[in-house]
Design a protein. Structure first.
Length: 115
């Protein structure tokens, strides 16, 4: 019974992720000629920290010895947000800036003995 519930839950999670991915892709396809995207880019470390906190704080099994689907749901939501961030990053068009490269490649490299 538990294996069946796991399979059903997993298939539903996969279907939900596919729906989210399809919705996001359809949104991006509706606006193919976007040259400038305004807004903030979330820091990936925030998502990863949240994912680690959920993994650490919640147990895999609940008090009854059953799968903790609340933990699975929270992890899935965070991974879906990461996936949506990855998909939206595909539409970014970042042009290299010559002044930055000149500055960056002329920086002095310090070794471990220097402070």
């Amino acid at each position: 019974m538990c294996v069946h519930l796991c399979k059903v839950s997993l298939s539903r999670l996969i279907q939900n992720e596919m729906k989210c991915q399809n919705i996001l892709q359809s949104i991006l396809l509706l606006q193919p000629n976007i040259d400038i995207i305004q807004g903030t880019v979330p820091y990936l470390g925030t998502f990863l920290t949240d994912l680690m906190m959920v993994d650490t704080a919640l147990k895999v099994l609940n008090e009854d010895g059953l799968i903790n689907f609340d933990k699975c749901r929270k992890e899935f939501e965070l991974m879906t947000q990461i996936r949506m961030l990855q998909l939206s990053a595909n539409s970014y068009n970042i042009e290299p800036e010559a002044d930055f490269f000149t500055w960056f490649y002329n920086l002095r490299i310090y070794d471990d003995s220097e402070r």
